[in-house]
Design a protein around this ligand. Structure first.
Ligand SMILES: Nc1ncnc2c1ncn2[C@@H]1O[C@H](COP(=O)(O)OP(=O)(O)OP(=O)(O)O)[C@@H](O)[C@H]1O
Length: 247
């Protein structure tokens, strides 16, 4: 197990590195020095009870919430002064909580709207690749985003993020509110993405599924990483989950 103080300083070779990040909403501080890192091609899980700062961490990474203190680097490049579209361009794709597909665009238009060239040399995603992963989206190609089921919207949100050709994909509660069979499909897709070399940061309530796919886990409590370690460490000793998440 590594505790959060053991995270090396910026520029240590990780794909994504958060070092001591602090974020507030107005006067109310929510993140108190979060340390986290993800290696290329690895999957990290961000765990914690409701309101502990998981989505705020994601919003801060994406430049959607201003960083008060600390540093965020992608392959050593400083993201702190970048705007959200520049961060996306640098190689981070986001599947946001609540999906947020464009309701008045068709499936195809939603996918094409975010398409861009990869900023890296890894495998790239085109429309046909997304359709191969989610045949249902091809069947519904001409339907508007607002007319899709929750599961189809989630597939579209993932497909849209993949069309930006990220090196790191962040999924915030991607299986929330979906039927079990659709959830299974989303987990299958997450495992496939990992096997294709994409790095992932996943927030989800399903610890069992996370244990199967994640290499490392970070537990957030009141805006601080209180434990981090591997799936093996967590299965050998589930105490941190009992203590900090209550599962
Ligand atoms: N836009 C906002 N304005 C003010 N406070 C906010 C805002 N968004 C979140 N917060 C507060 O920040 C804290 C962390 O919220 P956050 O959404 O990051 O938690 P979370 O761990 O993702 O939980 P959840 O699973 O409920 O989304 C909470 O106390 C929340 O009430």
């Amino acid at each position: 197990m590594m505790n959060s103080e053991a995270i090396p300083p910026p520029g240590s070779g990780a794909l994504l590195q958060l070092h001591g990040i602090e974020t507030s909403y107005g006067d109310s501080k929510v993140l108190f020095g979060v340390n986290l890192e993800i290696q290329a091609g690895q999957c990290a899980a961000l765990l914690g009870r409701n309101g502990m700062g998981k989505s705020t961490t994601v919003k801060t990474i994406m430049g959607l919430q201003p960083l008060k203190k600390g540093s965020i680097t992608l392959r050593g490049a400083d993201l702190c002064r970048m705007r959200p579209h520049q961060i996306a361009h640098a190689g981070i794709g986001l599947v946001p909580e609540g999906r947020r597909v464009f309701p008045n665009l068709s499936v195809r238009e939603n996918l094409i709207a975010t398409a861009k060239q990869a900023a890296h040399s890894g495998p790239t995603w085109k429309l046909d690749d997304v359709y191969a992963m989610f045949p249902r989206l091809q069947e519904r190609e001409r339907h508007l985003g607002c007319n899709l089921s929750g599961g189809e919207q989630q597939m579209l949100a993932i497909g849209r993020a993949l069309m930006t050709n990220p090196e790191l994909l962040i999924l915030d509660e991607a299986t929330e509110g979906l039927a079990p069979i659709v959830r299974k499909d989303i987990w299958r897709c997450i495992a496939l993405l990992k096997s294709r070399g994409l790095a992932l940061l996943v927030i989800d309530k399903n610890l069992g599924a996370l244990m199967r796919v994640a290499d490392t886990h970070y537990i957030l409590e009141k805006g601080v990483v209180v434990w981090n370690g591997s799936s093996q460490e967590l299965s050998a000793n589930p105490r941190p989950v009992q203590d900090h998440i209550g599962m």
